[in-house]
Design a protein around this ligand. Sequence first.
Ligand SMILES: [Zn+2]
Ligand SMILES: [Zn+2]
Length: 148
Amino acid sequence: MPGFHLNIPRLQSFHDAFTGLAGWALVWRRDLVVRINGRRHGLGLRVLRHRDEIRIGDGDPVFYSTETLPVVIPFPGAGEPVFCTRCQLALEPGQPVVRCPGERCGGGYYYHAQEGQRDCFNYGPCLVCGYEPTGQTTFQWTPTEVYA
Ligand SMILES: [Zn+2]
Ligand SMILES: [Zn+2]
């Protein structure tokens, strides 16, 4: 396996066409001491999850996050009518929308982006997952809450 002799773990992306699962796995030589969330893993492979703390040997921890920032995109449209999660009005293809980035939302819920008087995304927390919009430019999760 290329790179397998290296003393550092590597990230491997995966996408299972059958189940639709996709993400990142950490792969490492089994004799390396790798702890994830404080627990030693001896398999040499671990699918990473949001908020995982990864520690290699006595090194400083690094953190894995799947959080994405809300961005305004033109609504891509779908084969069927899609409605704004907040105001329940139809979303038209090309209209500026925000897809909720909340980790529990699964990316399937859209809000009107700011457009004139209407600002459905920033009006309040996501009605599905409770994600709190905070001005759209900062990540919500930081590792400090792990130690809080
Ligand atoms: Zn709306
Ligand atoms: Zn949400």
